[in-house]
Design a binder for this molecule. Sequence first.
Ligand SMILES: O=C(O)CCC(=O)C(=O)O
Length: 213
Amino acid sequence: MIKKYNDLESFINVLGHTKKCPAIIKNYANKMPAYSKWNLQYLSNTFDNIDLTYEDYEHSSDIIKTKTKRTTFKNYTKIIDKNSVYLAQINILKTCNKLADDVEIPGYINKLPQVSLYYGPKNIGTKLHYDYGDNIYCNLRGRKEFILIDPDQHIKTKKNKDWKHFACDTIDCKLFKNDCITLCPGDSLFIPKGYWHEVKNITKSLGLSIMYN
Ligand SMILES: O=C(O)CCC(=O)C(=O)O
């Protein structure tokens, strides 16, 4: 059962006192400037002509063989509805630092986190994996499903060292004991370091992850 906190402060109050577990945090993402400001016009203008890399799943659903292609944010908005494409893991501090002004990093995070943008169509997502840091995923638009699996359950990972945090493509995470939750616009999800998760957009979605150590 995933815990739910009504605000960031309530979540921070228990952090450090109990084992880190996934948790839904209300009234955090929807209070940041990104929530009200990040519409397509604003993002197209702010990214301007910056070259961004997106995943093209048109010809392959294999996470390793996926083709990456380059485009601007504005041009991506023209293909998002027609193709199996995913603008994922866009590190905004590196690609477009100005957008970081719209993100409120919780005060307890004392090292610079990695802030990554995800914008993708319905049914696109990210295969079962875990991350090397704690993560607060802030959902800004659309609805998104997360399937969460405790790391104490044995899941086989890819042999390739670069992908060892990804499970085999064939794994059906529903075969493991899991929690399945849906984030609505403005919801955030805390995912502790090492916690398995598979993600799928229920509708076209825009969000950002704040990953830190
Ligand atoms: O939104 C997604 O597709 C993936 C998000 C995720 O897995 C993460 O932030 O670690």
